[in-house]
Design a protein around this ligand. Sequence first.
Ligand SMILES: *[C@@H]1O[C@H](CO)[C@@H](O)[C@H](O)[C@H]1NC(C)=O
Ligand SMILES: *[C@@H]1O[C@H](CO)[C@@H](O)[C@H](O)[C@H]1NC(C)=O
Ligand SMILES: *[C@@H]1O[C@H](CO)[C@@H](O)[C@H](O)[C@H]1NC(C)=O
Length: 443
Amino acid sequence: MYQKWISFGVVILYVCNSVVSLENGLARTPPMGWLAWERFRCNTDCKNDPDNCISERLFKTMTDIIVSEGYLNAGYEYINVDDCWLEKDRNTFGQLVADRQRFPSGIKSLSDYVHSKGMKFGIYQDFGNYTCAGYPGILGYLETDANTFAAWDVDYVKLDGCYSHPSDMDSGYPEFGFYLNQTGRPMLYSCSWPVYQIYAGMQPNYTAIVHHCNMWRNFDDIQDSWASVESIIDYYGNNQDVIVPNAGPGHWNDPDMLIIGNFGLSYEQSKTQMAIWAILAAPLLMSVDLRTIRPEYKAILQNKRIIAVDQDPLGIQGRRIYKHKGIEIWSRPITPLYQNYFSYAVVFVNRRTDGTPSDVAVTLKELGLASPTGYRVEDLYEDVDYGILTPQTKIKVKVNPSGVVILRADVQPDFNRRVPFYTTQRTPYNPLNQVFRLRSNDF
Ligand SMILES: *[C@@H]1O[C@H](CO)[C@@H](O)[C@H](O)[C@H]1NC(C)=O
Ligand SMILES: *[C@@H]1O[C@H](CO)[C@@H](O)[C@H](O)[C@H]1NC(C)=O
Ligand SMILES: *[C@@H]1O[C@H](CO)[C@@H](O)[C@H](O)[C@H]1NC(C)=O
C-alpha cells in the first residue's frame, strides 16, 4: 500500500514538471563516472610521465580500478576523456584523429575496452574553432564529428565552449544536438552553453538549454582548493531561483567534478563537497587518481546513502534554506512521499574558521518538515539513527569547521489511517513558491 502512495506521487510530479526537455532517454538521474580533467589536465608528456599522461593507458587503468574497487557497483559508470586527446590536424576526410602516440589503438578500441568492462565511454569536443587546449574544434564539422562519435560507440559527449562566439551558442549547441540525435545512437549531451554566455554578460535561455542538453555547466571550472568549492557552493546558493527549476530527470545543472581524494581538500571539506553535490542533484564525476586515493576519501565517494540522495528518482534539486553567520542549511525534497509530504535530505554546513565545532539546533518544522506522521531521521556519514521524530522535535547537531552534518528524514506513513489513494490532494512542487524561513535562530 505504501508503495502505491509513492508511485502516485511520482507520476503527479512528472506531469506537473513537464518542461520540454531533451528526450534521448538518458540521464534519468544525474550521471556518475570519472573525468580526467581536474586531476590530469593536459599532460601530454608520455615520455617522462607515462603513468599520468592523457593516453589510452590512463583510461584503461582507471576503468579497471573503477570496476575492481567497487566504484562501478556504487554507480560510477562513465569513463570520460577530456581535452588533449586529439592530433592537431583532422585527416583528409575532415575527421578527428586521436593522438597516434598516446592512443595507438584508437578511440574505438578504447571504447570497446570500456564497454567490455561493463562501463560507458565519454569523449570531449568544443563548440569553437579550437578546443580550450588548442586542438581541432567542431566548427565546420558538426555532422562529421557526431557521426565519428557514433561510429566509435561513444555514450557521452562533453562540448566545451572555447574559441567560439557565445551568441552563436543558442543555435550551435542545438545544431550539434540535432546531429547527435540523427546518428540514432543515444549519446548523453553535456553542454558548456550557459557558462560561456554568463561570462559574456548574456542571460542564458535555460528553456532552450533544458530542451537540448542532458547537463550543462553554469559556473567556473573547479580547481583543487576549498576556496574553489566554496565559490561554487555560493554561486549555486546565490543564484538558486534561476538555477534550481532547470533540474529534473534527463536534464541537470553541473557544478563540475568531485575533487575528493586530491591535494586541496581536507577530510571535512571533502565530506562537504559530496553532501552539497548530492543536494544539488549534481552529476558525480570523480577527477582523482584512483591508484593512490586514501581509503577515507574512497569511502566518501562510495557512501551509498549519500549517492542515493544524489540519485533520488524525483530529480528535484535542493536549495539553501538558511545562511547566517557562517552557518548554512541546505535541503532537498526526496522520496518517499506520503500524502502532501516529501522526505528530505538536510545538510548543515559550518563555514566558520574559528576552529571549533558549532552546535546547530532547529525543529523539523522550521526546516519545512511538517508531516504530523513524523519522520525517521538518520545521519548519512555517522552511524546515528534519531528514530521517528515529530515536526516539533528540536534536533541538535555539532558541525565541524568547513564540514557538514547530512541527515536524511523519511516521512512516515500513517498505518492507522486508510484512505483510498485517489482521494488525496497533492500540491505540485514549485520551488519558487516554496518558502522555508527560519525566523528566530541565531546559532
Ligand atoms: C572560426 O574560423 C572561421 C574561419 O577561419 C572564422 O570565419 C570564424 O570567425 C572563426 N570563429 C571564431 C569564433 O573565432
Ligand atoms: C532523437 O529525438 C527524438 C525526438 O525527441 C527521440 O524520440 C529519440 O529518442 C532521439 N534519438 C536519439 C538517438 O537521441
Ligand atoms: C528561449 O528558448 C525558447 C525555446 O527554444 C524560445 O521559445 C524562447 O523564445 C527563447 N526566449 C528568449 C528570451 O529568447
